[in-house]
Design a protein around this ligand. Structure first.
Ligand code: ADP
Ligand code: MG
Length: 399
């Protein structure tokens, strides 16, 4: 039997506002535990939330970047559940009237050279919870509330993704969009971008969707790819031996490389959502939205297209070089100064990226500046040095 994989992603992006979504505590990463939680984050009686204007601006910018409608009067609701890292006893989130409506994100297609649109169902604003620390204390758990109240946008895709490669491509595009917009640092190692993957399979050619499972809290590209892969295999085994899939939430165990049941649909929480009486609907005028539209930077798709048109790069090279805003400007600076786009593309996407990866550095930390690389390329182009010598010179500058 030929099976088709169907995936819908729910991506959480931490917004890089200075203060939290409903309080003035700092959102800076890495502070001592519980030094960045004030009376609002701790839910002391009598405190009231104040919505963070910048979080709304960031969400609107994201909505405009994915061609979505903006909800002009979005509403916060309370999602009630009990957990030690949630002092309020509810998460303030959006359900019926999320700030960002239907839109789409384009990704390269895994089965052909074309690109495809992944439809976005909506994106909403919400607050993050605190963190439970289960490892650092003997026989006890610690709670760090520094993260409580950090603003997030949750981006919910339609089930348009057909493979783990497409899932990664989708996440990379989300990463590119939010970092170009400068609304998030996109740092996955610090949890600024994480996702839940909804996975089902169906016989090839079948239209009806299969029963899905939801794998929670995946926070690296590698784990996402592996988790989807083992979950698809698990579902195939069950269906091929005549069983049926249970709709449930699962967790990925990276050590054992398997997914495990967390709770079934029947045991799912009843969150008793209701509109938060402490927060009014947030009304954003047309003028305000249009003003934010004028502030949109050049976005990854247009930059990729411009790299193809202006510098004659292949679709692939243009994709690699536009995937990260800092990388894109590094390349452009090198290409402009050396007046040789082809060699610049080769050096940046080849030697430089390989070297950065090997030392686990980001492009912003490159010891070789764009200017230095450009002068090296000028020398290669006018044949003053061979490419073999150029590699030694590159090493020298790097060191
Ligand atoms: P819920 O209301 O339980 O959160 P939704 O219908 O809103 O469920 O879907 C949540 C996510 O699951 C979305 O990203 C959606 O695309 C995805 N999804 C829904 N049905 C399927 C399916 N059969 N297979 C894969 N993903 C699915
Ligand atoms: Mg959901």
């Amino acid at each position: 039997m030929q099976w088709e994989t169907v995936i819908g992603l729910e991506v959480h992006v931490q917004l890089s506002t200075q203060s939290k979504i409903f309080s003035s505590s700092s959102t800076a990463f890495g502070a001592d535990a519980n030094t960045q939680a004030d009376e609002v984050d701790l839910a002391l009686p009598g405190t009231l939330p104040v919505a963070n204007e910048q979080a709304f601006k960031s969400a609107v910018m994201f909505g405009l970047a994915i061609n979505a409608d903006i909800e002009q009067a979005s509403v916060f609701e309370r999602k009630n559940y009990f957990y030690p890292d949630l002092p309020k006893g509810y998460q303030t989130t959006q359900l019926e009237k999320p700030i960002v409506g239907e839109g789409y994100i384009t990704i390269p297609c895994s089965s052909s050279d074309d690109s495809k649109k992944v439809r976005i169902h909506h994106a909403h604003l919400e607050e993050d919870a605190g963190k439970s620390l289960h490892e650092d204390f003997l026989g006890m758990s610690g709670i760090d509330l520094n993260r409580a109240g950090t603003p997030l946008i949750e981006i919910v895709s339609e089930p348009d993704i057909r493979s783990s490669e497409e899932a990664i491509a989708f996440l990379k595009k989300v990463h590119a969009i939010v970092t170009y917009l400068d609304i998030s640092d996109g740092d996955m190692s610090q949890g600024s971008l994480r996702c839940d993957a909804n996975v089902s399979i169906r016989p090839m050619g079948e239209e009806k969707l299969g029963t899905r499972t939801e794998i929670k809290n995946l926070n690296s590209f590698r784990f996402i790819e592996k988790a989807i892969h083992v979950e698809v295999e698990r579902q195939k085994d069950i269906l091929e031996s005549g069983g049926s899939i249970r709709q449930e939430t699962r967790l990925y165990d990276s050590e054992k490389n398997e997914t495990r049941s967390m709770r079934s649909k029947e045991e799912a929480n009843d969150y008793r959502y209701f509109p938060c009486p402490d927060l009014l609907p947030v009304v954003i005028s047309d003028e305000h939205i249009e003003q934010l539209r004028t502030q949109l930077p050049e976005l990854p798709d247009s930059r990729q297209k411009r790299f193809i048109d202006e510098y004659d790069l292949s679709q692939y090279d243009a994709g690699v070089l536009s995937a990260d805003a800092t990388m894109a400007s590094y390349f452009e600076q090198t290409a402009t100064q050396s007046k040789n786009a082809k060699l610049s593309a080769n050096w940046v996407s080849g030697e430089l990226i390989a070297r950065l990866n090997a030392e686990n550095l980001s492009i912003g930390q490159s010891p070789v500046s764009a200017e230095q690389l450009a002068s090296l390329i000028v020398r290669i182009a006018d044949n003053s040095i061979s490419s073999k010598m150029a590699k030694q010179v590159f090493e020298g500058i790097w060191n």
